[in-house]
Design a protein around this ligand. Sequence first.
Ligand SMILES: [Zn+2]
Length: 484
Amino acid sequence: MKKLFQFLIWLIVIMIVALIVRTLLFKSQQGSYILQEQIISEGESVKNLSEAIGFPTVSYSIDSSIDTAAFEGYLNFIFHKYPLVNERLEREIFNHFSLLYKWRGRDTSLNPVVLMAHYDVVPAGDNQEWERGPFSGYNDGTYIWGRGTLDDKASMISILEAVERLLREGFVPERTIYLSFGHDKEISGERGARTIASSLKKRDVKVEFVLDEGMAVTYGMVPMIKKPVALIGTSEKGYVSVRLSCSLPGGHSSTPERESALTVIARAVTRLNENQIKPQLSGPVEDFIRYVGPEMPFYAKVIFANRWLFKSLLLKVYTGSASGNALVRTTTAPTIIKSGIKDNVIPVTAEAVVNFRILPGENSGSVIEHVKKTIKDSRVVIEPLRDFINEPAPVSPVDTKGFMAVFRTIRQIYPEAVVAPTLTLSASDSRHFSEITRNIYRFAPIMVTSEDMTRIHGLNERIKAEDFLRGINFYYQLIKNLQQ
Ligand SMILES: [Zn+2]
């Protein structure tokens, strides 16, 4: 008995030592980067962003038409505002409105880089509810207001401002740089980014890395870290919606059978909701922990550094909130249910749609298997909505030149921020490039709080003028950092 007790004590001591050693070895990944020259942006940049916001380049839905005058007006504005970009770079237009610029590098043996942004925007909703007009580009001295200031015209204008300035300074890039600007990202990017990517593929262009929107410098959004956290998306979740339908004889509601099409579908939805797909730490979230964990307070560091012991605790914490849950599992969201026409008639059909956002490592096939296994009812017809399936984007490695260049540039321009890779929950145009490179990084140089996040696709979208200027410096410095 005494021996057993001693053995247990020793086991606990060894475990505590292991925990502490692993925690001490859990070293910061942030490094130190000093920016030699502080670049000061000035001049017309802010006015140019205001003007860009003034064109209502709205994407409504895949099958509705667009205001072509707004798109043409915007392009003309770009062509005139950035004369050096438009004279010295090769320019191609895809499907009337998407732009690809090629800035030829000195060394054509190096793989080119693609900087991306999109300039279509989602509808503004009720214009009257905005504090400032959604297409006013109003500058109140601190903020520029309007649809597209965060998503994603600010990025496009920042890239152009940076490249125009570099051209003015006589800069010649070592490797070729493509600038890819889509006009239909908010409705799939099929005509814009996808067409551009397949054209590059046809020309056999091998890309070193792609940088597109997706994540940002976040304030107060990562629990237990006071500093801002700049996040770089290294994958994005997939998307599949599954339709469930059932037909059964109906009848009069005065003499109902025990089950009807309606109750069968209601139960199927409930089963899916109660039997969620198992959570797991995917590659990008593991990377996130490696980069962010060492910056946390000691007690949290112990947990993050010792995932061999605390994995289930970690998953429990993550799945406790909707946003954490979305990072660690393929989510299940019933979005549509339809049945019935009259209060005293038992419906003969019922249907529901459930939307799943798929974690890297899983796919639409495994989701559909899960749906079948969970519902286990042959009366329910299960079919995915084929037109809208996106598999999760391949996970991009973090030990590449591309990741390092983006990482280093963020550390230089936002030295106050911790930088970390992560999983992106929304879709971006960059996924269309996954056939021409493994290295796709999702970061736009904008600074956001969770309140700002509600303005993206919501009311009163706006950007701080000084944040926008910092974004220009980000692209300027990134292009310089690409030199060997
Ligand atoms: Zn966007």
